[in-house]
Design a protein. Sequence first.
Length: 63
Amino acid sequence: MDIIFLGGLEINTIIGIYDWERETKQTVVLDIEMAFDIQKAAETDDIQHTLDYKTVSKRIISF
C-alpha cells in the first residue's frame, strides 16, 4: 500500500455544540492521509486505475 495525501481540503460546515456556534457555517481545513494501492496504475499507466481526488473530496464533503 502507498500513502496518498490530500492537504488543505476546505469545507464550510455547521459545527459546534451550542446553538450560537451552529448559527453560521465555519471553515474546517482537513489534511487527509490514506492508503491506496497505486501499483496497477503505475504498471499499466491507465487512468482508470488511479485515485480520483475529486471523487474522494466530494465523498468527504458529503459526510
